[in-house]
Design a protein around this ligand. Structure first.
Ligand SMILES: [Zn+2]
Length: 426
């Protein structure tokens, strides 16, 4: 006990002042939770759970510090954000608060700069904050995405040249580049590897053409070698895609996760069929257990705002049908889908609500995508995303049933993270 208090005091001392307010107490308390309706992966059932040492258990621990009456609230695992670059920088305290308020405890940053994420690392991955995984610099080709962002940030004085190749990106045009840079990539201790495919069916055509600056990516033939090395070194691989051919090539290369859906920012000049995921690829993605991260919310909302009777009405309908078709084919083959927004100023809440509004998925499926698959995609090795014996005691108490009305995911009345009651003061 004394040891725990010492550790708690040390932890408090390490935390910046703003962060102390988010945890009621860093000293681990054991709780008995009564009268909650707990989500079991299918429905809600009234049962009793204890939290002991930060884990969930149905066995009464030797010491119970407090009994908490959940008075009929709906208990779900926390939500996740599978694609957002905002877990970085000087505004991190506000960003952490925003995520915790939304019930999002797990965030994946799939391309980041060590320089801007280093100071953040002491403020995340602790019981009173969000947990984040970082890719560090993504692997792309010369002139490939996200070099447009790098160039823009240099022009604005946000980045220097040193933040480009070897930092925010690793330029890999050949196997020799990979040989030379792999140790440096690993030296940054990324949690996973981010790679870029953009219209890889036109890799040769786009490669040396400045017209395609930032609209190209890796040689698809190199991707399997990147995956082989990453897997050998215990790192999972996420791949940015644009076209259906990229989706296919990513699967063939053996990646673990596909980021974005074909057509999420479609080029009007390209035939829509080049964005349609095939039955075979959906089946293959399911068989390989590959996770697909949505990042469709902003496009969905853009499409919804177009006047259907106006000049762009037909176009909006065409792209809506495309995106719905792709979501349906993934659903039909039970592909694992994680919710990620790629919206720097947002969290995954609008993404989840947009998906809800388009009604491709029923409430149960959507809830499981957000609580279970998304959490597993961010921290594949952890016992999170389920309310089961021995899992981390992290959950939200909702004021209404999200299976009846999905928007109840926003009625969060209590947040528990690894056995700690989070107090979000103003
Ligand atoms: Zn992104």
């Amino acid at each position: 006990m004394r040891k725990l208090i010492v550790i708690a005091a040390m932890l408090l001392w390490c935390l910046p002042v703003q962060q102390q307010v988010t945890g009621e107490s860093v000293e681990q308390q054991n709780y008995e939770f009564i009268n909650g309706r707990w989500f079991d992966g299918q429905s809600f059932a009234v049962r009793k759970f204890y939290t002991a040492g930060g884990l969930l258990t149905s066995k009464k621990p030797d010491r119970v510090d407090r009994v908490i009456d959940l008075s009929g609230k709906y208990i779900v695992p926390p939500f996740g954000e599978a694609h957002n670059h905002n877990a970085e920088g000087a505004a991190i305290d506000d960003i952490i608060r925003k995520y915790l308020e939304a019930g999002i405890f797990y965030v994946k940053n799939p391309n980041s700069l060590l320089r801007t994420t280093e100071p953040v690392r002491g403020k995340v991955n602790i019981p009173t904050s969000i947990d984040v995984t970082f890719a560090n610099g993504g692997l792309t080709a010369t002139g490939g995405h996200p070099m447009g962002l790098v160039r823009r940030n240099i022009e604005r004085g946000i980045f220097t040249e040193a933040d480009g190749d070897g930092a925010f990106v690793f330029i890999i045009d050949t196997r020799a580049d990979l040989d030379r840079k792999w140790e440096k990539i690993k030296a940054g201790k990324p949690d996973f590897i981010k790679t870029y495919l953009l219209y890889s069916e036109e890799y040769l055509k786009r490669k040396d053409d400045e017209k395609y600056f930032a609209w190209k990516g890796l040689d698809p033939n190199l991707l399997s070698e990147i995956v082989r090395r990453a897997h050998r070194d215990g790192l999972r691989v996420s791949t940015h895609i644009e076209s259906a051919a990229d989706f296919h090539n990513a699967l063939m290369a053996g990646v673990d996760e596909i980021n974005h859906m074909p057509g999420f920012r479609a080029d009007e000049k390209i035939p829509i069929s080049r964005y349609e995921i095939s039955e075979e690829d959906a089946r293959l993605a399911a068989r390989k257990g590959v996770v697909v991260v949505t990042t469709l919310g902003a496009t969905m909302r853009f499409i919804d705002r177009v006047d259907r009777t106006g000049p762009n009405g037909e176009m909006a309908k065409k792209y809506r049908d495309l995106l719905v078709g792709n979501l349906r084919i993934l659903k039909k083959h039970n592909v694992r889908i994680a919710i990620g927004s790629d919206q720097y100023r947002e969290t995954s809440v609008p993404e989840a609500l947009s998906l809800h509004e388009w009604k491709v998925f029923d409430n149960l499926t959507l809830l499981k995508m957000w609580c279970e698959t998304t959490a597993e995609a961010i921290f594949p090795g952890r016992k999170i995303g389920r309310l089961k014996e021995g899992y981390e005691a992290s959950f939200l108490a909702l004021g209404g049933d999200p299976l009846q009305d999905f928007t109840n995911v926003q009625k969060i009345e209590m947040r528990i993270k690894q056995g700690n009651i989070l107090q979000l003061s103003n």
